[in-house]
Design a protein around this ligand. Structure first.
Ligand code: PAF
Length: 266
């Protein structure tokens, strides 16, 4: 079984061994509760690097005060197995106290981008993401890092951070992995009741309805977003936002207390 590395010092020892052999290193940052979407990131990383490390860290900085930090699924033994089977050589699982010791006071903010869509509804979220990802990059110093396109805005925020701060890591975008009924894989899908799970694929279908609207002559972003909203009415999903941005159609919706996001290229 692959090792679980818990401290920066143990991580440095492992990385020194790998660097001594001139191995390239791929990093797959995660918050755990790994699923087939993470496995796709890990397999891609394993195909492109000599060694792959999966980080598992539920990052308190990216959750709002009334969000699901406390109940976010934590499953390290299962994560370790899945990561190993998908090609990881180690799991890095630091504690929150080690990542954010007393006196921690430096944050990364990607202005503008972080205030749209998910950022508008989750103030501080992307600041938390950018800060932890830059820390992970500095700790692991990977050649490449792998992120899923399901979190499109996250990918764009991190690409901007990498460009603006001259971070020497290549970000690799990996396509969204879906269930057979179209639902994008997410660790939060575990929150859904059986009835909610049956309703959840409506989000992807609504995005497809929006995409169909986009193909009509003289389609405007507002009409496309309205088509998504219309397709969601009566499905049990409550739209938080739907919008056209960066060549994608993006939406977020609540099913009960569970927030789902998804996007499609236009
Ligand atoms: O996408 C995620 O799981 C998280 O936002 C990330 C990139 C691991 C940072 O905590």
């Amino acid at each position: 079984m692959i090792p679980v590395v818990r401290t920066k010092r143990a991580l440095e020892r492992l990385l020194a061994r790998w660097r001594g052999k001139r191995f390239s290193v791929g990093l797959v940052p995660t918050m755990g509760a790994l699923h087939a979407g993470h496995a796709a990131l890990l397999r891609r990383a394993a195909a492109e690097n000599d060694r792959v490390i999966a980080s598992v860290f539920v990052n308190p900085l990216q959750f709002g005060p009334r969000e699901d930090y406390g109940r976010y699924p934590r499953a390290l033994p299962a994560d370790r197995k899945l990561a190993a089977a998908a090609g990881a050589c180690a799991v890095y699982a630091p504690s929150a106290a080690a990542m954010y010791p007393r006196g921690f006071s430096t944050y990364v903010e990607v202005k503008g981008l972080s205030d749209l869509y998910c950022g508008r509804h989750r103030p501080g979220h992307f600041r938390g993401v950018a800060t932890v990802v830059l820390k992970l990059f500095n700790q692991v110093r990977p050649d490449r890092a792998y992120f899923g396109e399901k979190d499109w805005q996250q990918v764009r925020v991190l690409e901007t951070m990498i460009r603006d701060l001259d971070v020497g890591v290549a970000l690799v975008r990996v396509p969204t992995v879906r269930e057979r009924d179209g639902l994008a894989l997410s660790s939060r899908n575990a929150y859904l009741s059986a009835a909610e799970r049956r309703a959840a694929p409506a989000l992807r279908r609504a995005l497809e309805a929006g995409r169909a609207a986009a193909r009509r002559p003289r389609a405007r972003p507002r009409m496309i977003a309205a088509a998504v909203r219309r397709a969601l009415s009566g499905t049990g999903l409550k739209v938080q936002y739907a919008g056209v941005w960066d060549g994608r159609l993006l939406a977020a919706a609540f099913l009960g207390r569970t927030r789902l996001i998804d996007n499609l290229p236009l």
